[in-house]
Design a protein around this ligand. Structure first.
Ligand code: GNR
Ligand code: NI
Length: 177
């Protein structure tokens, strides 16, 4: 194995306002080395952030791939990598504060289903169905929304959304000085 096979890389996480975060991501038709590499890099990036989930568009790849680990690397069995995830069933409503690595330091209440059933492929191409509740259901909904170009701030009132977007525009200008 050479270095390229071994070394994972931390990728830059895009922030609100970047056009890639607003695009609909394309389905993955073949699980090749590029996709496996992307998944590895997303896992490292998610753990380093640290975050409980990450979607490919957040690292500027508009493909339908998500990673989730509610334990943030503490429990190897908690890691979920899903390709082309789809919510095929949802039930109930729960309101909780939600954050996003692409909208740093903003936490707002978002309504999500209490339970979801998600279908997709794992990294070996096997079809998987996962029943998720509460925090895990929320994480799936949050990540799948990213694949559809949606951020959690898009569920807020137009005024709140406007204020948040304005705040990040200002931040960008400060960085450029
Ligand atoms: O790390 C994250 N925490 C979080 C908390 C509540 C609801 C959703 C999330 S997902 C977020 C990581 C992220 O931005 N994934 O896209
Ligand atoms: Ni997010």
């Amino acid at each position: 194995m050479n270095d390229e096979d071994n070394d994972m890389a931390r990728l830059e996480i895009l922030k609100i306002g970047h056009p890639s975060l607003a695009k609909t991501s394309a389905r993955i038709e073949a699980i090749d080395d590029e996709i496996r590499r992307l998944a590895e890099d997303m896992i490292e990036t998610m753990y380093a952030a640290p975050g409980i989930g990450l979607s490919a568009p957040q690292v500027n790849v508009n493909r339908r791939l998500i990673t989730i680990d509610l334990s943030v690397g503490e429990q190897a069995s908690d890691l979920i990598v899903m390709i082309n995830p789809e919510i095929v069933f949802r039930e109930g409503k729960v309101v909780r504060e939600e954050g996003c690595l692409s909208v740093p330091e903003i936490y707002e209440k978002v309504t999500r289903p209490q339970k979801v059933r998600v279908k997709g492929l794992d990294l070996t191409g096997l079809e998987r169905t996962i029943e998720a509740q509460d925090s895990l259901a929320r994480a799936f909904c949050h990540e799948i929304d990213h694949l559809d170009g949606k951020l959690f701030v898009d569920t807020l009132s137009p005024l709140k959304r406007k204020l948040i977007r304005k705040k990040f525009k200002k931040k960008d200008e400060t960085v450029e000085l």
